[in-house]
Design a protein around this ligand. Sequence first.
Ligand SMILES: Cc1cc2nc3c(=O)[nH]c(=O)nc-3n(C[C@H](O)[C@H](O)[C@H](O)COP(=O)(O)O)c2cc1C
Length: 352
Amino acid sequence: MYKLIRKILFLLDPELAHNFVLFCASKINILYPLLKKSFRFKERNEEFILNNCRFKNRLGLAAGMDKDGIAILFWELIGFSHLEIGTITPKPQKGNPKPRLYRLVKEGGLLNRMGFNNSGADKVKSNIQKARKKLRNSNFVLGVNIGKNKDTPLEKAVEDYIICFEKLFDVADYFTINISSPNTEGLRNLQNEVYLSELLYAIQAKNKELSVKKNTMPKEVFIKISPDLSKNEVNKVFEISRKHAITGIIATNTSTNHKYSFPLLKNSETQQGIFKGGISGKPLKEMSNNILSLLNDLRKSSEYKPVLIASGGVFTKKDFKEKITLGASLVQVYTGFVYEGPSIIKKLLHKE
Ligand SMILES: Cc1cc2nc3c(=O)[nH]c(=O)nc-3n(C[C@H](O)[C@H](O)[C@H](O)COP(=O)(O)O)c2cc1C
C-alpha cells in the first residue's frame, strides 16, 4: 500500500510532499481519542527507562521530520516510543532558500540544507502543551532539539540555547543540544573544545537552577554530533560531555562528506558538489556506525556511561540490530521512514 502512496508522493517536490504528509498527520489530532481506543498498539520491543523518561520501545522519530511538533499524537499512535521535535530556535525563522531538499532515490538517501526552518520556541511550546493534554498518561517521550538562530553570531550562541531551554523546560522530557547541523553556518564549530565546554556548562547550570526553582528533576540532556568528526574530535567531545554530566550522545546528524559516500552516490550533480547540504539515509550508515562504535569503545573504558542514541541509515531490522550491538540504547529514524513508510516501525520492532 505504501509503495503506491510513495510513488505518488515521489512525483511531488520533496518538500511539498513532506509538508503534505505532515499536514495530513496533524489532522489525526481531532480523531485521536477515538483512534487510541480502537487502535491498541502491541508493545513489540523491550522498554527502556531513563530516570523520568519511560521509552515503551527503542525506536523514535529523529529531529527534523516534525520540527514544530504539529503531529505529535500521530507519531505516538503509529508506535514510536519518542519524538524529537526541532531543531527549535528562539525566534521563528524561514530557513534557507528553496529548493533545499532532494531525494537520492537510487542511493536510498536524502540531501537537505533546510537551515532550521521552524516556528520558534513560543509557538512550539504551545503545540506541545496542546498535545500533552490529549496524551495524558501515555508514556510517549517528547524530546526537544535546540539550536541557534541564523542571525545570532557564534559568540552569542549560548544565549539562544539557554532561551530555548528555559522556554521549553516545562514541556520537554529531554533536550538535545544540536551542535552538528551542517546547514547553519558555523554551528559545527560549537563542537570545538572551548565553545562546547562553555555551552554545556551554561546548559547544566540552567538545568540545575530551574529544577531547584520548580522543585522537579533536572532534564536529561543529550548532544547530537556530526559523523564527520575525526577520532580525536570524538574523544574530546566525549571528555567534555563527561565533565558536564551529559546524559546521552546522539550519533549522528547528516554528513557533508560527500566524497566519502562518493561510491554510493551515483547522482552526478552530487558527485560534483553542486548540491550543498547534509546527506542522510543509506549513504550515511557506515559513517554514523563508525562514530557510534568509537563512542562505545570510549564508554567501555570509562567510568562515564552516557546513553548512546543511534541515528543514520536505518532501513532494515539488520540495520537496527547493528546499532543496538554497537551500544545504542535507542535508535532514531528519518530517511528510512520516508522510503518505507509507517510499516518500518513494525518491521524494526517485531521479535524474530
Ligand atoms: C530533511 C531533514 C531535516 C533534518 N532536520 C534536522 C534538524 O532540524 N535537527 C537535527 O538535529 N537533525 C535534523 N536532521 C537529521 C536527522 O534527524 C537524522 O539525524 C539524520 O537524517 C540521519 O538519520 P537517517 O539516516 O535515518 O535520516 C534532518 C534530516 C533531514 C533529512
